[in-house]
Design a protein around this ligand. Structure first.
Ligand code: SF4
Length: 191
């Protein structure tokens, strides 16, 4: 059990356009990388947004698993690596539920790369990492979920393999939701 806090932009209990299969997607608040044409500019400022305990997110993820049959979570942003230590605690608990963890990060990972505090611990809990900043001049046209050709898939466990990158069953798309006030929320691949 953990009362550690996460600063989140928003989350969706079940989406099919943020990684393989049905997933609980979590957008973190705050990113300093500042890619040109970032599609989530509201998530860039380092301001408190939705402050949620790790325990509460685990409870929501467990409920989504029971209700929707999600196969895992996706962490994206904002920049999840900025909150890597607390997210690693969340990711460890999620994997104990038998679910997978997918991470999108603007950092480039590798043996000679430095990561924020807790970065190695977070990577140790991930099944798949998609890394690198979005570079509009290198627009991706073939692979699922990535915006530019510099971004790489890292398969850190046997849960997934490169077949998912172009598998037709995971075609890029968008989902649109309306909340109770009639406000629309769009997620997925915007291009
Ligand atoms: S890393 Fe992601 S959230 Fe940060 S600026 Fe780039 S696209 Fe936007």
């Amino acid at each position: 059990m953990s009362s550690l806090l996460l600063n989140l932009g928003h989350w969706i209990d079940c989406t099919e356009v943020e990684g393989p299969g049905k997933r609980f997607a979590i957008w973190t608040q705050g990113c300093h990388i500042r890619c040109v044409d970032c599609c989530n500019p509201e998530l860039l400022p380092f301001v408190p947004n939705k402050l949620v305990k790790v325990d509460e997110m685990v409870r929501r993820i467990r409920a989504a698993h029971e209700q929707h049959g999600i196969e895992g979570i996706t962490l994206l942003g904002g920049e999840p690596m900025i909150q890597a230590r607390n997210l690693s605690v969340l990711a460890r608990e999620v994997r104990q539920l038998g679910l997978t963890v997918v991470l999108f990060t603007g950092y480039v990972i590798g043996p000679d790369r430095r990561l924020p505090d807790g970065g190695a611990e977070l990577l140790a809990q991930c099944d798949l990492v998609i890394d690198g900043p979005y570079v509009p001049s290198r627009r991706e046209k073939k692979r699922n979920w990535v915006g530019s050709t510099n971004q790489r898939f890292h398969y850190l466990t046997p849960a997934y393999d490169s077949v998912i990158e172009t598998a037709a069953q995971y075609r890029n798309g968008v989902e649109i939701r309306l909340d109770a006030s009639g406000q629309a929320m769009l997620n997925g691949f915007p291009f």
